[in-house]
Design a binder for this molecule. Structure first.
Ligand code: GLA
Length: 372
């Protein structure tokens, strides 16, 4: 059932509109956003749709086609657990801007836990719907920051700004080069198909949970390293060798090594894409993966095997995406080798008795928008 029809059935009235916000794939720039660094994500066609209508009180009523419950009613000041905390957090922050009660019907075709930012899509679809319902004009950059704050403060996940920015700012056929310190961004054309390449996304089916403490620990380690190095953020480390030489803790040295080199890889990757050298991106992806595996230590066995099998089968490169410890891997491969890579990864998982991966090839899609 489409979200508008489901809304009518649930609330016995028509919605005032339907809004959609996409999930994202980060081409490169992992664990750089909260270090004030660079990221290069693109939006995908899958995402979260929200059918919505105003209410004449201050209550937010949310229902999801993916949740078994009858929905949740949230009153101002309420703290709610589970999935409803995302829309509730956004609505709470938007109250300062004049947003009042609303009924929402949420539908998602993004697998949760696959590292494709289903949380950010939910926040951004809700934010856009509530703003448009109440005629609140907030620029998309500011709206991304508000959605991030909702996740930080209401869900308790200390995420950076990348996912919400990707969901709100990406454009069809492009990746978004975002400077997470200045907030400035640019659109970089990304059309692997036109270069005879395919970008596969391998959902490794190992579910990740950002709330499990490792993500927060990485953030804290980066902040500690920046403090010891006397810089505002790891973004500001210019002389890597000197920085590594001055840090006694080997763990902090590894984290700094990753963040500093990853920012350089993002710049190189964006340059290669602008030059039309899409295939060359592959080696950047693989270098990023090795750094995330060995220096940042956020990879997981299914991701490592997917990357190894892809490379063994002739892919140009590949890497884990997202926070780590589960989720998805991307692989850049010549279009005529894509089937061989899929088979190799699927076979390697079967040989280990792992759940079969889900492999797709999503194209860069547009950011959040009103559907009807
Ligand atoms: C998650 C967070 C992002 C970012 C990535 C790692 O997706 O939500 O803010 O930190 O992990 O790059």
């Amino acid at each position: 059932m489409n979200p508008a029809a489901a809304f009518e059935e649930a609330y016995r009235r028509a919605p005032e509109g339907v809004w959609h916000a996409p999930g994202r794939i980060n081409l490169i720039g992992e664990h750089t956003d909260y270090n004030d660094g660079l990221v290069l994500p693109f939006a995908i066609g899958l995402g979260v749709s929200v059918a919505a209508a105003r209410r004449d009180d201050d209550v937010l009523h949310v229902r999801s086609l993916q949740a078994a419950d009858e929905g949740v009613e949230v009153r101002p000041g309420d703290r709610v657990p589970g999935w409803a905390a995302y829309p509730a957090g956004v609505a709470a922050l938007l109250r300062e801007h004049g947003v009042r009660g609303a009924s929402l019907l949420i539908d998602s075709d993004l697998p949760a836990g696959a590292g494709l930012s289903s949380s950010a899509a939910l926040e951004c679809a809700t934010a856009l719907a509530l703003c448009e319902l109440y005629g609140v004009e907030i620029g998309r950059r500011e709206l991304a920051a508000l959605a991030q704050r909702a996740e930080n403060d209401y869900v308790g996940v200390p995420c950076g700004i990348m996912d919400q920015s990707a969901s709100l700012l990406c454009e069809d056929g492009h990746a978004l080069l975002l400077d997470c310190r200045s907030g400035l961004s640019g659109q970089v054309p990304f059309a692997p198909g036109a270069a005879g390449l395919t970008l596969l996304v391998v959902d490794t089916r190992a579910e990740h949970a950002l709330g499990d403490g490792e993500y927060a620990r990485r953030r804290a380690e980066c902040e500690e390293a920046a403090r010891l190095l006397g810089v505002p953020a790891l973004r500001d480390v210019k002389d890597l060798a000197a920085a590594l030489g001055s840090l006694a803790d080997p763990v902090l040295r590894r984290r700094v090594q990753h963040v500093v080199t990853e920012n350089h890889r993002v710049e190189a990757a964006a340059g290669l894409l602008r030059a039309g050298a899409v295939a060359e991106l592959g080696s950047m992806l693989t270098a990023s993966h090795l750094s995330l595996r060995d220096q940042y230590e956020v990879s997981w066995p299914e991701a490592d095997v997917a990357v190894e099998e892809a490379l063994r089968t002739g892919a140009r490169g590949g890497r884990m995406i997202g926070g780590g410890f589960g989720g998805s891997v991307i692989v850049l491969v010549a279009a005529d080798r894509a089937a061989a890579v899929r088979d190799a990864i699927t076979g390697a998982y079967a040989a280990r008795g792992w759940t079969a991966p889900v492999i797709s090839a999503p194209a860069p899609a547009r950011g959040a928008h009103r559907v009807s």
